[in-house]
Design a protein around this ligand. Structure first.
Ligand SMILES: Cc1cc2nc3c(=O)[nH]c(=O)nc-3n(C[C@H](O)[C@H](O)[C@H](O)COP(=O)(O)OP(=O)(O)OC[C@H]3O[C@@H](n4cnc5c(N)ncnc54)[C@H](O)[C@@H]3O)c2cc1C
Length: 397
């Protein structure tokens, strides 16, 4: 019996198409990724090596599971937000499921804010990226802070002879060392309306990249920009409109992160359930101990609740509503709860839970990161507190 079969088998919002999508991604992950990852983990691999990933990516393309979010006209699967959330959850049920969904098995969507670009920019950048499976970076955070980019961005872009010249430093930029393109947010004026997004094509003259090791194994870097020249045609959106663009990207990003977290949590709970049924101590299976049962039931309830928050955020986005508050709630609840669920699963497995024989320690590290990126928990709590308490939340009379 799987966790989903207890309550969520035929959720009322799931149409036949969505059930089919869920089952297709689930089967793909179970057949293509899960069987190879045990050995990779034991050998200390931090992801799926390119020579193994390539053929899996080809099969994902043929199955219509390539670049989930990218519109079909650009060669992607064109999933709407609810479908995207469902696919992300399923694609996260294996070890290397975060930050890149399916460890890149399903391609890399060019950042969705690129769809806010001009038709020329979309045609120039999106189809080749989808076709080649290349990666993008998004550089918002700086050494001066990431929680409050409207205030902390100090990287400057100046107009020089019709072009833009960028100077500054970016911190924690994921994938800058492997990407073919990136989007850099720089200050062109003051305040939140003084930030502009620029598209760059790698390698970029004047850009240096330093690897920064963090708790999870991924491409995390610090980027220094010295006199980087960007032509005016590569400004993305309006000059001064970069902050709003980044918020649109973050809203859908938070729904995806929340869905991924639910996927990891569900897979962890399934491992814990199987172990609890098989392992005996003091003459009884662990499953017969009430403290173990409580861990399992608490995890199950949190998964169900988190999944509904994700669905609500996705459906509101699909209806054209601003999903900001519910996306924040989903991001906080799912990442925090998933971290606890994986931690409880480790506790149920004891020492085994901490080994690389199991994906649990990998998920714990991945989820620890997800509680900070795309807005730390406390910042989303601040957003929600302001929505609930109005001006009283600012403490100003
Ligand atoms: C592995 C990894 C990958 C990343 N990838 C990218 C990327 O690709 N692109 C990018 O631009 N950035 C990226 N980031 C940066 C990430 O988004 C930031 O780390 C995050 O936004 C927090 O910013 P900060 O680390 O500067 O923390 P700060 O802004 O300095 O905040 C520090 C801590 O203070 C607390 N805090 C902040 N504000 C409040 C508040 N109002 N109330 C209460 N507590 C508060 C929070 O606990 C927060 O964790 C990545 C980070 C990591 C670790």
């Amino acid at each position: 019996m799987t966790v989903d079969s207890v309550m969520a088998n035929e959720l009322p919002v799931l149409t036949e198409d969505l059930v089919m999508l869920r089952d297709t991604v689930r089967k793909f992950v179970a057949n293509e990724i899960v069987p190879i990852e045990g050995e990779l983990r034991r050998n200390g691999a931090t992801g799926i090596p390119a020579e193994i990933l390539g053929p899996i990516q080809e099969r994902a393309r043929r199955s219509g599971l390539w670049c989930f979010e990218t519109p079909e006209k650009f060669g992607g699967a064109g999933m709407k937000p609810l479908a995207l959330a469902i696919a992300y959850e399923e694609a996260a049920k294996h070890t290397y499921s975060s930050p890149d969904v399916g460890c890149g098995a399903f391609g890399y969507d060019p950042p969705n804010i690129l769809q806010a670009g001009t038709l020329e920019q979309q045609d120039k950048y999106i189809p080749p990226a989808v076709d080649s499976g290349s990666q993008w970076f998004m550089a918002v955070t700086e050494p001066s802070g990431g929680s409050d980019p409207a205030r902390s961005i100090q990287t400057r872009a100046r107009r020089v002879n019709g072009d833009w010249v960028i100077d500054g430093r970016k911190m924690f930029t994921s994938r800058a060392d492997v990407a073919t393109h990136g989007i850099i947010f720089a200050r062109t004026g003051e305040g939140r309306d003084g930030i502009t997004a620029f598209i760059v094509t790698m390698p970029v003259k004047g850009m240096s990249i330093r690897k920064v090791d963090v708790i999870r194994d991924h491409h995390t870097t610090e980027v220094t920009l010295e006199g980087v020249v960007v032509p005016d045609e590569d400004v993305l959106g309006e000059v001064g409109g970069g902050f709003n663009l980044s918020q649109r990207w973050f809203n859908i990003g938070r729904i995806k992160i929340a869905a991924q977290s639910i996927g990891m949590a569900t897979a962890a709970l399934e491992i814990a359930i199987e172990y609890a049924k098989e392992r005996s101590t003091f003459g009884k299976p662990l499953a017969a101990r009430q403290t173990v049962q409580k861990k399992i039931v608490d995890s199950f309830i949190a998964i169900q609740a988190g999944r509904w928050l994700v669905y609500e955020a996705a459906l509101r986005t699909e209806r054209g509503e601003n999903p900001k508050n519910v996306a924040s709630a989903a991001k906080v609840f799912c990442t925090e709860e998933a971290f606890r669920i994986v931690d409880r699963a480790i506790q149920i497995l004891g020492g085994m839970g901490l080994t690389r024989e199991m994906p649990l320690e990998h998920w714990l590290r991945a989820l620890r990161v997800l509680r900070v990126v795309e807005g730390p928990t406390e910042v989303h709590e601040m957003v929600l507190a302001r929505a609930l308490l109005g001006s009283a939340a600012t403490g100003k009379a």
